[in-house]
Design a protein around this ligand. Structure first.
Ligand code: AGP
Length: 610
């Protein structure tokens, strides 16, 4: 997730762009840059770091350009480390084109190889740079047509802004999937990934549709589809204040991030499942022989990432038949685990900086294990320590309670399990195909589920004064029960316990009485009937029963006091949708209690102490 801005008008573009980028910094903050159309061509200033660092470079004079047309970008790395050479805007060989981009170009390797064969020279590690060379390759053809052509060739979700020295009064933009809006002014027009970037200049916003191309001049805008047919813009008057605009109109970052989950999932899956349902994780750089040599897997993580790690255990064991151990990172290195060069150790972390997990990975590496980091932050400490990195591509997560990064960790672990099963020859093609299709369906399923978010939250508010909650699940639903309990503890300060449903009778059932709420995660699985029996046991002791059930589950429906329905999915895929009602449940209770969901007491987003 990155931020784009663009401007055409009569004001100094530099300050319009920098102010806009500062408003978009929540979309990415590892590097930033701008391109200004000047009398001597395009002036590009960019740097690793935050917008404040970009301002320092601009103020150093070599970085300052006069002009009233330009584009800017604030980056959240997905391809290539967060260093200056990978900062946007990117240019072609002759530096007559500049491009900013948000999203992922799934076929960029193929496009880059093609361009290199045609004599183009690349200077960055990004997927974006192919776009600048593609514009250059098309010579003097009208820029709108060039961008339409690019959009046809580039696969994946993307939003772009392009300038060309031979068109000094023009910015051309396009989008597919990734967000992009146009701000309409008087003799000036604006481009942005998000409304806050331009709200100080205009409240008249034109929404850009998928596969639409927009040309912006100071005199006006024109939108076409990929065939060049004119598209009538949908213009809206924005009434939000700046602060709520930064949260996309949502009350809190956590809620915004819950609703970003379909996009985060799509980005995380991009390029990792092909049209033949084969799984691709080239980042692991494993030959089949090396993959077969692995004889044990450890997963180490903390908090929510640990819950995703538990899911990895189920998926990897089921699909590869490799034994998997899961450890809380702060315990791992002190218990002297048995590791050697045939052990794969997976460190899971949203931030890539959690001290306990980082130390665990360093320990594992010192023992000779093959260390894989799974993180959302490119070039974070764990990414640098690990032998290989699998990135979730959820974009920056600001709410302290992890939501979108958790579901992305889950799908990444599903992909890893399938990939290892595939490369080790442990899985048949039909199973991989079924699972790959089911994983691919998840972004849309989550989107559909979120259409009912208001109903789920209204139901949750009935329980706003609840004091004791048990979250119960079996098999792959157990990590979801743990995660539901953690969410409720951390943002609503309610005593909540996640427990394996079958274990209740060995002690905790003594706590069940009238007034206790039990939340049973009982999506379809081979343990479904057993889970329902466990639910009967708590119900018989007067607990109130809220259940997360697969659509159409009549048996579950009969016993539940309240239900959150989730769509059909195979047992090891279903946790991704099952967690969403629980995120909404915790969110609604926290709000009903008047708490700060984004900054819960005593908690930090990243814990860098042991
Ligand atoms: C999640 O909601 C929590 N804020 C917390 O448990 C978190 O998952 C944990 O601190 C680990 O962080 P990491 O994923 O950045 O390593």
């Amino acid at each position: 997730m990155c931020g784009i801005v663009g401007y055409v008008g009569s004001k100094p573009a530099q300050s319009v762009l920098v102010n806009g980028l500062a408003r978009l910094e929540y979309r990415g903050y590892d590097s930033a840059g701008i391109a200004i159309m000047g009398d001597d061509g395009i002036g590009v200033t960019r740097t690793a770091g935050r917008i404040a660092d970009l301002v320092s470079v601009i103020n150093s004079e070599q970085g300052s350009y006069a002009g009233s047309v330009g584009i800017g970008h604030t980056r959240w790395a997905t391809h290539g480390a967060p260093v200056t050479k990978n900062a946007h805007p990117h240019q072609d060989c002759s530096a007559t084109v500049a491009v900013v981009h948000n999203g992922i170009i799934e076929n960029y390797i193929q496009l880059r190889d093609e361009l290199i064969a045609q004599g183009h020279t690349f200077t960055s590690d990004t997927d974006t740079e192919v776009l600048a060379h593609m514009v250059e390759r098309m010579g003097d053809q009208p820029l709108e047509l060039v961008v339409r052509n690019i959009m046809e060739k580039a696969e994946g979700a993307l939003a772009i802004g392009v300038v060309r020295a031979s068109d000094p009064e023009l910015v051309v933009a396009a989008r597919r999937g990734s967000p992009l809006v146009i701000g309409l002014g008087e003799d000036e027009n604006f481009l942005a990934s998000d409304i806050p970037a331009i709200l100080e200049h205009t409240r008249r916003i034109a929404i850009v549709g998928d596969d639409n191309v927009v040309s912006l001049r100071s005199s006006g805008i024109a939108i076409t589809d990929l065939a060049g047919n004119p598209v009538e813009p949908i213009v809206r008057e924005i009434e939000w204040d700046l602060e709520s605009a930064e949260r996309g109109g949502y009350d809190d970052f956590m809620l915004k991030e819950i609703f970003e989950q379909p996009t985060a999932l799509r980005d995380t899956l991009a390029g990792r499942i092909d049209e033949h349902h084969r799984i691709h994780l080239p980042e692991l750089d494993l030959t089949a022989r090396e993959a077969r040599a692995i004889d044990k897997v450890f997963v180490v993580a903390c908090g929510t990432s640990y819950h995703a790690g538990l899911m990895a255990k189920y998926a990897i064991e089921r699909w590869t038949r490799l034994p998997v151990e899961i450890d809380i990172a702060s315990e791992f290195r002190y218990r002297d685990p048995v590791l050697d060069d045939r052990t794969m150790v997976i460190g899971m972390s949203q931030s890539g900086e959690t001290a306990d997990t980082l130390a665990a990975l360093e320990y594992a590496q010192a023992q000779g294990a093959y260390v894989v980091a799974t993180t959302n932050v490119v070039d974070s400490s764990m990414a640098r320590v690990a032998d290989a990195v699998l990135y979730t591509r959820a974009g920056p997560e600001i709410g302290v309670a992890s939501t979108k990064t958790f579901v992305c960790q889950l799908v990444l672990m599903q992909l890893l399990g399938l990939y290892l099963g595939q490369i080790r020859g442990a899985l048949d093609g039909a199973t991989i195909e079924l699972m790959a299709k089911s994983v691919r369906a998840l972004p849309e399923q989550v989107e559909q589920l979120l259409e009912h978010a208001d109903d789920i939250m209204a139901m949750a508010r009935k329980y706003k004064d609840v004091k004791d909650v048990f979250f119960l699940g079996r098999g792959a639903s157990f990590p979801i029960a743990l995660e539901g309990a953690l969410k409720l503890k951390e943002i609503a300060y309610v005593r909540a316990e996640g427990y394996p449903a079958g274990e209740m009778k060995h002690g905790p059932i003594a706590l069940i009485e009238k007034g206790v709420l039990v939340i049973g995660v009982a999506t379809s699985s081979h343990l479904h009937a057993k889970t329902l029996s466990n639910m009967e046991e708590v119900k018989a002791r007067s607990a109130t029963l809220l259940m997360v059930l697969t659509e159409g589950d009549i048996d579950g429906q009969r016993m539940a006091d309240d239900i959150a329905w989730v769509p059909h999915a195979p047992e090891l895929i279903a946790p991704v949708t099952a967690v969403i009602p629980l995120q909404l449940f915790a969110y609604a209770i926290s709000k009903a209690r008047g708490l700060d969901v984004d900054k819960p007491r005593n908690l930090a987003k990243t814990v860098t102490v042991e």
